[in-house]
Design a binder for this molecule. Structure first.
Ligand code: MTE
Ligand code: MO
Length: 502
């Protein structure tokens, strides 16, 4: 009769896999603290997943989870990684080799994710290499001690040691990374005083007391949309903006070059193309910066140029029609300040693009470092490669914000926002229960590049009611009930809500 070779129990085998995974992630995170947060293998794989996600799945994720979509992605990845680690352990109950192969395959995938990141240099590869080495070494080591006699105290000690070491490495990496982050640089910026200020916001610019948003959105409430899993940390001392391509002369601006120019201030509404009818991805701020028309003028745009292809520190790209940036009437800016502060780090510190009238994905590059003047054929920006439109002016739209719950029957105040950038809102009309369109009262216009608020009163008997809104811009265009999806160039249709009067 043949005696079985020693074999790990299933829980111990699974634990071997899980602790090795933790060790691998800890080692990678430690090294990423020195070579850049995006090199941490877990983050790099997540970033790669975001870039590879098909558009329909991304739309679903945004629709289902909103801005929590990244947290959901990370949680999903954690579940998959844990399952793989358990599988690696279970595959190695007798011999370590199958488990080691598993660890190696996962480690190499992490490495591939890092190498293919557009924003990471060669040294970033050190992070997944550290993960791979730590994962293999810890797996082999724990496997050997566990086979030699779990649950002896020595074996148990090794498992604890490996876990504690991984945790310490992860924390050290986090601290090292934090010491290189941009918060200190941002705090050192000091006041950004515009030479040309935007008009003050009059008292009648919003109907917040009736349920609309405030005219200016606080930085903390400003909607946020980007593909970055970890917010890029760009310090002013490391930042520069290069303008090149189809220009007379290539130019490069340092932070001080920009900050020391006369600054302009403009109130602009930013809107995301992924905003569904009635959606929340729209906000307004007072931006401070310099005119892109001036910077591009200094470089000298050559005839035949069609798009300004902008790139951010994290490798994201956008393509903007040259005319939207060189026509001084548009007011496109390189913004460095927002609502009286330097740009918040999540909104692009130290510098971003703001182009009134265009959806963010074709214009609003955050953490911008490079402008290449080129043609549409030569360069395809990030969302164009994923099926979204090349030209994406913000569509005339309106939204109902109040009422949103049950209200007492009788006179009901309905309020909301409308926007028609560059053109301006001419009128907003509301229809209750398919009745006639009734004109709403409009707020004081601050600029045609910002949203406008409206309200109207309606008589509502006890029961449930349906409200629709439509806006007309000063070109005479009235929103139609034609429904369009957000892909490829923005949603259309009348925002419709229902409320109960009792
Ligand atoms: N670097 C970078 N810039 C970016 C994006 C991005 O994913 N990465 N998203 C764009 C999109 S789609 C929008 S709508 C705006 C949103 O800007 P906000 O987050 O400041 O509101 O940023 C734009 N700039
Ligand atoms: Mo967007």
């Amino acid at each position: 009769m043949r005696t079985d070779s020693p074999r790990l129990s299933a829980p111990v085998a699974a634990l071997t896999g899980v602790v090795s995974l933790v060790a691998a992630l800890g080692a990678g995170h430690l090294v990423s603290g020195f070579v850049g947060a995006g090199a941490s293998p877990f983050v790099a794989v997540g970033d790669a997943a975001i870039d590879l996600t098909p558009t329909w799945l991304k739309d679903f994720a945004v629709a289902a989870f909103g801005t929590a979509d990244k947290a959901v992605l990370l949680a999903g990845m954690a579940v998959v990684a844990l399952a793989l680690a358990v599988a690696a352990g279970l595959a190695a109950r007798r011999r370590a080799a199958p488990g080691l192969v598993f660890v190696a395959v996962v480690g190499v995938l992490g490495g591939v994710a890092v190498v293919t990141r557009p924003d990471l240099g060669q040294v970033a590869l050190l992070a997944p290499v550290a993960s791979l080495v730590a994962g293999l070494a810890v797996f082999a080591w724990l496997h050997r001690t566990a086979l030699a006699g779990w649950p002896e105290s020595a074996a148990r000690r090794n498992f604890l040691l490996a876990t504690a070491g991984a945790g310490a490495a992860g924390i050290a990496g986090q601290l090292a990374g934090t010491s290189r982050d941009a918060a200190g640089s941002r705090a050192a910026v000091g006041p950004l005083v515009p030479a040309r200020t935007a008009p003050p916001v009059p008292a009648g610019a919003d109907f917040a007391k009736f349920g609309t948003p405030a005219f200016l959105t606080a930085n903390a409430d400003f909607y946020r949309v980007d593909t970055a899993l970890v917010v890029p940390q760009v310090r002013t001392e490391d930042w520069s903006l290069r303008i090149h391509g189809m220009v007379e002369r290539e130019v490069r601006y340092s932070w001080a070059d920009i900050r020391d120019r006369p600054l302009v201030e403009r109130i602009v509404t930013l809107c995301c193309v992924s905003n569904p009818v009635g959606g929340p991805y729209i906000s307004t701020a007072r931006f401070v910066g310099v005119d892109l028309a001036d910077l591009l003028g200094e470089a000298g745009v050559r005839p035949g140029a069609e798009q300004v292809f902008s790139t951010s520190a994290d490798g994201w790209t956008a393509g903007t029609p040259v005319s939207a940036m060189t026509d001084p009437g548009v007011g496109a800016m390189l913004a460095i300040g927002m609502n009286g502060e330097p740009l918040p780090i999540e909104h692009g510190f130290p510098a971003r693009l703001v182009v009134p009238g265009l959806y963010g994905y074709v214009s609003a590059t955050k953490w911008v470092t490079d402008l290449e003047v080129t043609t549409w054929d030569a360069r395809a920006p990030y969302w164009l490669q994923r099926g979204w439109a090349e030209q994406a002016p913000v569509k005339t739209e309106s939204r109902i914000d109040a009422p949103h719950d049950a209200v007492p029957a009788g006179r009901v105040r309905i309020a909301g926002i409308a926007w028609a950038q560059h053109t301006g809102i001419d009128r907003v009309e509301v229809s209750v229960d398919d009745g006639p369109w009734v004109p709403a009262e409009l707020s004081t216009e601050v600029t045609v590049d910002a949203w406008r608020m409206w309200w109207v009163d309606a008589a509502a008997a006890r029961g449930s009611h349906v409200v629709r809104v439509r806006a007309t811009d000063r070109h005479g265009y009235t929103q139609t009930d034609q429904l369009a999806d957000v892909v490829p160039d923005g949603a259309t249709g009348w925002h419709t809500i229902s409320f109960t009067a009792r």
